[in-house]
Design a protein around this ligand. Structure first.
Ligand code: BT5
Length: 283
């Protein structure tokens, strides 16, 4: 599908999304909000009220967009995609924790594939779930879950993609770190078409994860992941920092990093398994 060449971005409308949608469930119930603090927050509330699997919340603007670990997500009005999908179908309890750790990774793959569908260019990924073009961040994934005895586990997959924000319009602290599709291609992109592609790719990857498990999806993640094989600096969830080489992925989607020196003593197996933390690509 070609990118739009309009001088101003085409509006995001439910009608245009539905017109381009090829999913079974994702986006068939679509809440398009003018403004919300966070589409993830709105989706978690809808989930608690019983919203069905595949329900989507998308907003023109977020006033308190969330990143991981309490960080924020820059979400100006009318330019980009801020969207959250409610997942109610979960695997049997013995596979639940593995599934939970892979949902963000395969969601990032789906976002990269949707960008490829619409622009022809395939982004790469930074572990665990940043979407990159070269060294710059095009988008990110934030998964949040809630569980109750009555309704079981519900996961909300939130995705932010910078689409039509021009490079000079990013705030100072992001201008050198972030990018957008219009910055990369020089063309404005129709967000309705991109959202439909994103929901299609998400449904496809989430179905595959449930049906066949992560082992079959790992090769695609690895192929897109620019972190593997690189020198990295890791900040662990507890604040500890070390450098090393990103070696491989664990079956639970963790990043195995061989420390550069004996900073962490001699880890078992020669590597540290990073489950939650921040990665900086060095060199
Ligand atoms: C993420 O967090 O990358 C996950 C972002 C998820 C955002 C979506 S939007 C729809 C849904 N609803 C929400 O409320 N959230 C989700 P993290 O890896 O923690 O990255 C956050 C960091 O990225 C920030 O500290 C900034 O440095 C940078 N950042 C913030 N906004 C950005 C943007 N628009 N583009 C690129 N980088 C950004």
């Amino acid at each position: 599908m070609p990118a739009s060449t309009h001088l101003s971005p085409a509006p995001l409308t439910a009608e245009a999304v539905r017109g381009a949608l090829w999913t079974k469930a994702y986006g068939r119930t679509l809440h398009l909000l003018e403004e919300t603090p966070s589409t993830n927050g709105a989706a978690l509330t809808l989930a608690q009220e019983g919203a069905e699997d595949g329900t989507v919340v998308v907003a023109e603007r977020q006033t308190a967009g969330r990143g991981r670990l309490g960080r924020g997500w820059y979400s100006p009005r009318g330019e980009n995609l801020y969207c959250s999908v409610i997942l109610r179908r979960t695997p049997a309890s013995e596979r639940l924790s593995e599934w939970l750790s892979w949902v963000p990774l395969v969601s990032a793959v789906a976002a990269a594939r949707a960008v490829q569908d619409v622009t022809g260019s395939l982004p790469s990924l930074k572990w665990p779930n940043d979407i990159l073009v070269g060294p710059r961040k095009l988008g990110g994934v934030l998964c949040e879950s809630s569980s109750s005895r009555t309704s079981g586990t519900v996961v909300v997959v939130g995705i932010g993609l910078n689409v039509n924000t021009r490079q000079e319009a990013f705030p100072d602290d992001l201008r050198d770190l972030a990018t957008s599709l219009v910055s990369e291609t020089g063309r404005l992109v129709d967000r309705s078409v991109l959202l439909a592609a994103l929901l299609g790719r998400l449904e496809e990857r989430h179905e595959a994860l449930l049906a066949v498990g992560p082992a079959q999806l790992m090769p695609e993640y690895k192929a897109l992941c620019a972190t593997l094989g690189r020198a990295v600096r890791i900040t662990l969830a507890g604040g500890e920092i070390f450098q090393g080489r990103a070696d491989s992925l664990g079956t639970d989607g963790s990043l195995r990093v061989v420390p550069e020196s004996a900073q962490l003593g001699k880890p078992a197996g020669g590597f540290v398994e990073v489950r939650a933390g921040d990665v900086v690509h060095l060199r």
